[in-house]
Design a binder for this molecule. Structure first.
Ligand SMILES: Cc1cc2nc3c(=O)[nH]c(=O)nc-3n(C[C@H](O)[C@H](O)[C@H](O)COP(=O)(O)O)c2cc1C
Length: 399
């Protein structure tokens, strides 16, 4: 499982630093390519030479090396890694990583890395129980980093308490489990609608909205990564197609409805995610010719566009995830909409909030389930929000 993986081992300044030599030795035995980074404090406990010999690699210790090569070595290796293990992890590095401090080679790399990351803490029991450390651990876990619990026992200070570096076997098993990718949606079909619709007034003008499609595309990509077969029915957006996802591009609400119906006819979905911002109304009689400026207002009659979700929810057994974009009374509106549309989940976001809603690369959402569970997902990149929406849905369904 570990063979030929590229793992970065970060050693920080704990008295348990010497034990990371054994972790490196065992990884090398399993043919792992190991790169070691050390903080200045770590080097007070173990010399670079031990790790260089064990890994057959130069040990990285400086954010500003004496003879910089291309100038970006401090982060460029982060791109090629399969996983990162901070062993031992001091209280200091836990707090810095949780706060995004990037003032040495290790914390700087942690601030740019999105690979699976395992922290293996070792410290005095009071340091572990320090509320600042506990907060940092909670924050890191919330963001998907794995932080092992230290073991109980006699500490270097001869005190008894929780703070010992976990046993080497336990650490090795945790490293292995970084590569056990779960595919909870394997064999499932996920149908996503995304983006805006354009309702033609004439051949050159249309009514639309500000949806960028970013949230729906992020959900489709996460569903694919979790093992699902994914189809996305997308209105006009300026996003690239998603590899390994069936893309069905449509223009208006009627086309979107029929594309979703066709997809459900071919194969019912397990999850139907309605992230598109479908127009509520459309011109009653779109003109085949470009309207004259003086005619437009007089000839523009609007009728309701089809309510897609209400129309198709009787045609599918899928779990339905709807979206509500509000500017006020969000919670009440979202819950009303979930019941009205027969959805199992509703994701609420706000149109009038900086860094959230349409167009933005980030979002802040609240998610509610029919079963009464709810969760707020703080402002984050849309791809990470998408992953956490799936975490919530899968947890709720397994309850
Ligand atoms: C003898 C000694 C042992 C230490 N052991 C630990 C430890 O086990 N865990 C810890 O979090 N800090 C420990 N520290 C404190 C850290 O070395 C110190 O907070 C340092 O700033 C950590 O820097 P780093 O996180 O950049 O490596 C120890 C310090 C000394 C002098």
């Amino acid at each position: 499982m570990l063979k030929n993986k590229n793992i970065l081992i970060c050693v920080t300044g704990s008295i348990a630093a010497y034990k990371s030599c054994e972790v490196v030795r065992l990884l090398r035995k399993e043919d792992v390519n190991v790169q070691v980074m050390m903080t200045p404090s770590a080097q007070k406990f173990v010399g670079k030479a031990s790790f260089a010999a064990l890994t057959n690699n130069e040990v990285i210790t400086d954010i500003f090396p004496d003879s910089p090569k291309a100038g970006l070595e401090h982060i460029e290796m982060a791109l090629e890694l399969d996983a990162i293990v901070i062993v031992p992890a001091t209280a200091n590095i836990l707090c810095k990583a949780a706060s995004g401090v990037a003032d040495d080679i290790i914390s700087t790399n942690l601030s740019v890395c999105e690979q699976p990351t395992l922290f293996v803490p070792a410290m005095n029991f009071r340091m572990w129980q320090n509320p600042a450390t506990m907060d940092a651990v909670e924050k890191l876990r919330e963001r998907g980093r794995i932080v092992m619990d230290p073991e109980m026992g006699k500490l270097a200070s001869l005190h008894e308490g929780e703070g010992r570096l976990p046993a080497i076997d336990t650490i090795m098993n945790s490293i292995r489990s970084l590569f056990k990718h779960e595919l909870p949606l394997l064999g499932k079909k996920v149908l996503v609608s995304a983006g805006p619709t354009r309702e033609a007034i004439d051949p050159v003008r249309y009514i639309s909205n500000r949806s960028s499609g970013k949230m729906g595309y992020a959900l489709a990509e996460v569903a694919r990564d979790l093992g699902a077969k994914v189809t996305i029915v997308s209105g006009p957006v300026s996003l690239p197609p998603i590899p390994e996802v069936e893309m069905v591009m449509v223009e208006n609400a009627i086309e979107m409805l029929s594309a979703l119906e066709n997809s459900l006819d071919e194969q019912d979905a397990d999850y139907l995610i309605m992230a598109a911002a479908v127009a509520d109304f459309q011109p009653a009689n779109p003109s085949g010719e470009k309207l004259k400026r003086s005619n437009i207002v007089a000839s523009l009659e609007l009728v309701s566009a089809p309510d897609i979700l209400k129309t198709i929810n009787s045609q599918t057994e899928a779990s339905i995830i709807a979206f509500a974009l509000e500017t006020q009374n969000g919670t009440a509106e979202a819950k009303r909409k979930m019941a009205d549309k027969g959805a199992d989940f509703i994701v609420l976001n706000y149109a009038n909030e900086a860094g959230a809603g349409f167009e933005s690369n980030t979002n802040r959402v609240q998610i509610f389930s029919k079963s009464g569970a709810e969760k707020e997902l703080k402002k984050d990149r849309k791809d990470r929000i998408a992953k956490r929406i799936f975490d919530f849905i899968l947890l709720d369904k397994n309850r």
